[in-house]
Design a binder for this molecule. Structure first.
Ligand code: ASP
Ligand code: MG
Length: 502
């Protein structure tokens, strides 16, 4: 395995998201970041998303074409040309090169129109056709970035990941074959890197062994960077986005939310939707498990250290500098925890729009199969359950469902337990009003005495009543159910603990 001291082979993969390349200014900034990184990293691979809004525009045009709309894609064609030409004008200073890039852009856009036309004629857009259309956004953006780098004297070459990443034919959500991908990636990228050039690779897209274009699923460019980073292998993978990393709470709700300097993948998994929005969840494991540093950072605030992903508490600190940019937390660190002052509770999230359903009755005690039948009935309605609790008295089972599914779930349960209800083995099946699930995340929390107590007293002080409690099975989170109207106060109270230790 390579070491960081081995300067000549030090490799950095940097992925730029849609907003990081979506305007002339952003593209210029991303190009500047690649150029600066070359001063410290002899080998840099850039991975680019489509310009922001472009993938949606492409897919929307294609599905409209399938429904017989032959207007929209012509409008999209103009919009695509205008967006990409504006960036070419801004970042490709060499006039001959600029004209050439615009021509390549126009060719790809003509392919888009041709595909939409075919889709309109057929009256259907197959997943395979949709992948061919969706991938055009990345194929456009890499040409602009590579030409922009070259214009500034930084050798660069665009590469389509259909040459690198081999997948199955599960179109729109294809699964990579890591062995084949490693071989092809090295074969194509190594010679480019050896020449001192920067490959600028399309995110999101891949191909089957037969060469048919696939995509890795929406938001999949992060995953592309992870796959390429693991294949090369790189020393570090940096995901450039438009926020300062993973935040301790939703900043729209909590104004003093701050960046979490380090987070494990079990923790980020518990952050459900706002964690997943910052980083595609599949990106993490292949990279972090291989000991490759994974960092999320902000294109528009590049000096900020962002968030580092780690394998587990206390290991995998690769890539992190010694200075801790954040003050010591008053939460005690137990021996065996990181012990460097990082918070034990790292983040707090709220999932709103839920109701708690309870199945209760003394006749349930010790009767096997009640839980199975309960969740069987819930599953029959197609509802997924984000939280479950049952007290050891076994006289009730309580779980959350999205509010809009609650009535249907109640009806299914009443039907499933009709007999038990009629003989009062089950007393009732009922649902609360709207509640929110508040989740406090932090791997150290479970093994540190007093944290749960502090959370409950903080909530008590704010007059927040806790309706139910569940511990995440991964043991890195605790979820509390509170009335919908208390959600904000609960998030604030727990976040204050993160900041001040209560
Ligand atoms: N452009 C693709 C999408 O919008 C992939 C990505 O940006 O990560 O889903
Ligand atoms: Mg993304």
């Amino acid at each position: 395995m390579k070491t960081n001291d081995d300067f000549a082979t030090k490799t950095l993969v940097m992925k730029f998201g849609g907003t990081s390349v979506g305007t002339p200014e952003a593209m210029a900034q991303s190009i500047a970041i690649v150029r600066q990184s070359r001063a410290e990293w002899p080998r840099v691979v850039a991975v680019a998303s489509a310009l922001s809004t472009v993938t949606n525009l492409l897919l929307d045009s294609a599905s409209k074409a399938a429904r017989g709309d032959t207007q929209t894609f012509y409008q999209s064609e103009n919009r695509l040309r205008q967006m990409h030409h504006a960036i070419a004008d801004a970042v490709v200073t060499d006039l001959a090169r600029r004209a050439q890039v615009k021509q390549e852009v126009d060719h790809l856009i003509a392919d888009f129109t041709g595909l939409c036309h075919a889709i309109a004629v057929l009256g259907e857009a197959t997943p395979r056709a949709l992948d061919a259309v969706a991938g055009l956004g990345e194929r456009l953006s890499v040409r602009l970035m590579a030409a922009g780098l070259e214009s500034l004297g930084t050798p660069a070459q665009f590469v389509e990941a259909t040459q690198l990443i081999v997948t199955d034919d599960c179109f729109q959500n294809a699964h990579p074959d890591f062995t084949a991908t490693t071989q092809k990636t090295r074969q194509v990228l190594e010679p480019i890197l050896a020449q001192g050039s920067t490959p600028v690779v399309t995110g999101f897209i891949a191909a089957t062994p037969a060469g048919v274009a696939t995509t890795l699923g929406r938001g999949g460019s992060d995953y592309s960077a992870g796959i390429l980073g693991a294949a090369l292998p790189a020393d570090e993978v940096w995901i450039w986005t438009d926020v300062d990393g993973v935040m301790s709470a939703d900043p729209r709700l909590v104004p003093d939310a701050r960046t979490i300097p380090e987070i494990t993948y079990r923790e980020i998994a518990e952050l459900a939707y706002f964690g997943a929005k910052v980083l595609h969840p599949k990106t993490i494991r292949p990279v972090v498990d291989a000991g490759i540093g994974l960092r999320i950072c902000n294109t528009f605030n590049p000096a900020h250290p962002g968030t580092w992903l780690k394998a587990e508490q206390g290991i995998g600190d690769k890539g992190k500098g010694n200075d801790d940019p954040y003050p010591l937390s008053p939460f005690p660190s137990k021996e065996g925890d990181r012990g460097n002052g990082h918070n034990i509770v790292k983040a707090v999230t709220a999932i709103r729009g839920q109701r708690l359903v309870t199945v209760e009755g003394r006749g349930m005690l010790g009767v096997p199969g009640v839980a199975a039948r309960t969740f069987g009935a819930v599953a029959s309605t197609g509802t997924s359950v984000p939280l479950i609790t049952q007290a050891s008295s076994e006289q009730s089972i309580c779980f959350a469902v999205p509010s809009d599914a609650a009535e249907q779930v109640l009806a299914a349960l009443e039907k499933a337990f009709a007999i038990e209800l009629s003989v009062a083995d089950i007393d009732r099946v009922w649902a609360t009003g709207d509640v929110a699930i508040i989740t406090a995340v932090g791997a150290g929390m479970i093994h540190t005495p007093g944290v749960a107590g502090r959370i409950f007293s903080a909530l008590g002080q704010r007059g927040v009543n806790v309706i139910a409690i569940a511990q995440g099975s991964s043991e890195v989170s605790v979820s509390l159910v509170v009335a919908s109207g208390d959600a904000e106060a609960a998030v604030m109270a727990i976040h204050a603990l993160i900041l001040n230790g209560g």
